[in-house]
Design a protein around this ligand. Structure first.
Ligand SMILES: Nc1nc2c(ncn2[C@@H]2O[C@H](COP(=O)(O)OP(=O)(O)OP(=O)(O)O)[C@@H](O)[C@H]2O)c(=O)[nH]1
Ligand SMILES: [Mg+2]
Length: 298
């Protein structure tokens, strides 16, 4: 055990980038499971979440972060702080950009937080021909004195081993922080709450999913069946009417989607009961934000 501790490497790596870059999808690909919510709509991730990747003698602890943007509001301020704390607390950062993005976004990152050591990863390379990949990599070469390495990746094609190699060789020599079997710091209860939020994002357009938050009221785990009762909070009665839908069709759809995600994840039956309530302007209220875990802490 002592020998292993001496030879092992471990460290925290913040995965940062613009909303919708593909951070959470890559997090899921790393651990080969759906531990983080992803969406084609920007602004999905609200809080930091760890993904623990143990390979041989190295343990990389990725921190998934909310996308960096300039939107205002108390919830957005919290999300920005989450990302900043991750950047500051990590041993190494990975700036993740969609390969289709212009390099301007990277320049903005450099001007606000790129002082720290980082690797650039260009994702969704499955959308690109080899020729276009090479052209894109060349565009970043003018910043080569700013990054440690640049690596193309694809969450969709599970193509990220070169990125893990680049990170692993820069990790400090340290004992592992987590049991090698651990995948994340979130509890099943928290993952389930996020899956309900995922189902809301997948089911509704415009502002409705952004006005939603989820509270698990009761959670009973059994070997074969998990029973969950949860409340979806929106900000206004009009949003409540949309989520509930005609004869409850809206919330039913959300329930079916969330339950499928939960069952796939836990490999057992799930019984899910959902309620919808309006909690006026919760996202502007410090007390409510704290209640939902969107305040304070690091
Ligand atoms: N083709 C392709 N699409 C991808 C890939 N990775 C992510 N996507 C898609 O990109 C969209 C955004 O992915 P997310 O992982 O939610 O993005 P994010 O950076 O976590 O976004 P925020 O949480 O909003 O900051 C989703 O529709 C994903 O399916 C990839 O490697 N290839
Ligand atoms: Mg995300």
């Amino acid at each position: 055990m002592r020998r292993r501790d001496i030879s092992s490497k471990a460290g925290f790596v913040a995965l940062i980038g613009r909303p919708n870059a593909g951070k959470s999808a890559l997090i899921n690909a790393f651990v080969n499971d759906r531990i983080a919510m992803t969406s084609r709509k920007a602004g999905a991730t609200r809080k930091k979440q760890l993904a623990i990747v143990t390979r041989g003698d190295s343990q990389i602890i990725f921190i998934d972060t909310p996308g960096l943007d300039n939107q205002s509001g108390k919830l957005r301020d919290f999300m920005r702080k989450e990302a900043q704390n991750a950047i500051e607390g990590a041993d190494l950062n990975v700036f993740l950009a969609d390969m289709a993005d212009r390099t301007d976004n990277y320049e903005t990152f450099l001007s606000v937080g790129g002082g720290k050591q980082h690797i650039v990863a260009l994702t969704k390379m499955d959308n690109f021909t080899n020729e276009r990949r090479i052209k894109k990599l060349a565009e970043y070469q003018k910043f080569s004195d700013r990054f440690l390495a640049i690596v193309p990746v694809s969450a969709k094609k599970n193509d990220f081993a070169p990125l893990l190699d680049e990170i692993a060789k820069r990790l400090p020599s340290r004992p592992f922080y987590y049991d090698p079997d651990d995948l994340t710091d979130l509890s099943v209860r928290e993952i389930y709450a996020e899956m309900i939020r995922q189902a809301l994002l997948d089911s509704f357009n415009d502002e409705v999913p952004y006005a939603c938050c989820v509270e698990i009221e009761s959670f009973a785990e059994d070997e074969r069946l998990d029973k969950i009762s949860a409340k979806i909070f929106v900000e206004k009665p009009s949003q409540m009417a949309i989520v509930i839908g005609k004869n409850g069709a809206g919330v039913k759809r959300v329930g079916v989607k969330a339950r499928l995600l939960m069952e796939q994840f836990s490999q057992k039956k799930v019984f899910l009961r959902l309620e919808v309530a309006a909690l006026r302007a919760w996202s502007k209220d410090d007390k409510q934000l704290a209640r939902f875990g969107y305040r304070g802490g690091v």
